[in-house]
Write a new protein. Structure first.
Length: 437
């Protein structure tokens, strides 16, 4: 009897959704992408002490022993739909949630990097908006226009530990992709020093986006993440006004794709995640402080036959002003990076690969003295093969290697690093399955 009541309840609750789905207004979709990984980090730089003007993590000489993992790579479950309105307009929405297929899903956020932990409702691209002949506008949490450009040329599904996010969108220093709608404090809540603030690989909350209609082969997107975290002015609090602007311009015609992206973070204090913690801007202080972090990205792709080649170039710059900063405090850091990508399809199989390189860059001090940024570069190599068994299901075998220069601490992509020390090389072999519905 109890079982019958449960079945009846499920039928009643599911009926409205089923009717809407049949009318074409609502769609349920998802991705299951899970792999088995063997990971390790070796070759860490011997323990040493940096001079005060050297940027980068203090080498510890500690390697990370081999371990096996099962990892869910952007697995998700979503609901999206649209409703025609008067005057040729259309309302639309999407609610997409992360699903932790590799462990028990937990509803929350990683305070270290601002990413969802395991899973959670509406933790991925989620919005509501209006569309018309003039384009579309929406509110919510969504990948920034700057971020999405990399997906046009990424050969590794644009997720997991093998994709371009190990180098592109990160200045190193253990910083990975994040989901965050505001400037994030350190764990103690005392300073604006958190890796989430420095990432340019963002699914940004508290945002409004405008997508212009396609004009021939041209398209453009603009996003603004509001200053919800603006602090009050007082004699004991550092007033900040955090917000993010992001934009892109794309040309996509035939075999050629060209795009440019620009993103600016105001008062996000990304340098606080790069410089020593003692130099981070304090929350409770009468100091006057501000920051301006900028990303510029150029992307190109060419397709001929069964082969697709891509190129990404990126320039990241972090700048910070603090009225009480010591002359030896770091004032800015700038670095360039690039990635070469490619895929080649043979029947049901696809060969995939990328090479990425981050340069050491340059830095400056508040007092204008000599600043050293040597040994902060890294290289990434990712190779793999995928086999398509149906329009929805693929099996894949990948390899990735992120090799740091002597003072660098770049990690695996997708915020899935294993805590590699300065100078270490992280390597991984993985076998996975990807299914969409």
């Amino acid at each position: 009897m109890k079982k019958a009541r449960v079945l009846a309840s499920i039928m009643v609750l599911s009926t409205p959704l089923s009717l809407r789905a049949e009318s074409g207004n609502v769609e349920i979709y998802g991705t299951i992408n899970v792999d088995y990984e063997g990971v390790e980090a070796s070759g860490a730089s011997p323990a040493s002490v940096h001079p005060a003007n050297q940027l980068g993590a203090t080498p510890t000489g500690v390697d990370v022993p081999h371990r096996d993992r099962v990892t869910s790579n952007s697995s998700n479950l979503g609901v999206r739909g649209a409703q025609p309105l008067a005057g040729g307009l259309k309302a639309f929405f999407q609610v997409e949630s992360a699903i932790g297929w590799d462990n028990q899903a937990t509803f929350g956020t990683n305070t270290a990097n601002g990413s969802p932990v395991g899973g959670g409702l509406a933790t991925r691209n989620t919005n509501v908006g209006i569309a018309g002949a003039w384009g579309s506008v929406f509110l919510g949490q969504w990948d920034t226009p700057y971020k999405v450009l990399s997906g046009a040329v990424d050969p590794m599904y644009f997720t997991g530990i093998t994709y371009t996010g190990a180098i592109i969108g990160s200045p190193g220093f253990g910083i990975g992709p994040v989901t965050n709608g505001n400037v994030t404090l350190n764990a103690a809540g005392t300073t604006y020093a958190n890796t989430a603030n420095a990432s340019f690989e963002r699914r940004q909350g508290n945002s409004a986006q405008y997508w212009m209609p396609a004009f021939g082969a041209l398209g453009a997107k603009l996003a603004y993440s509001v200053n919800e975290g603006k602090s009050a002015a007082s004699g004991t609090t550092t007033q900040i006004n955090p917000r993010i602007w992001s934009a892109n311009l794309e040309y996509d015609k035939g075999p050629i794709y060209l795009a440019g992206g620009y993103e600016r973070h105001l008062d996000y204090f990304g340098l606080g995640a790069i410089a020593p913690a003692a130099q981070a801007v304090l929350v409770s202080s009468s100091a006057s402080a501000s920051s301006r972090d900028t990303g510029i990205k150029l992307v190109g792709r060419y397709i001929f036959g069964s082969t697709r080649l891509g190129l990404i170039y990126e320039q990241l710059r972090y700048e910070q002003n603090n009225s009480v900063a010591a002359p030896t405090a770091f004032r800015s850091y700038r670095r360039g990076a690039y990635a070469l990508t490619g895929t080649h399809t043979i029947g049901a199989g696809t060969i995939r690969g990328l090479y990425g390189r981050a340069q050491s860059g340059s830095c400056s001090l508040a007092g204008g003295g000599t600043c050293v940024s040597s040994g902060l570069g890294a290289q990434q190599v990712s190779l793999g093969y995928s086999h398509r068994y149906s329009d929805r299901t693929e099996l894949y075998a990948f390899f990735t290697r992120v090799a740091n220069d002597v003072n660098a601490t770049y990690q695996f992509a997708n915020a899935a690093g294993i805590g590699a020390a300065a100078g270490a090389t992280s390597t991984a072999y993985l076998l996975g399955v990807r299914h969409t519905f």
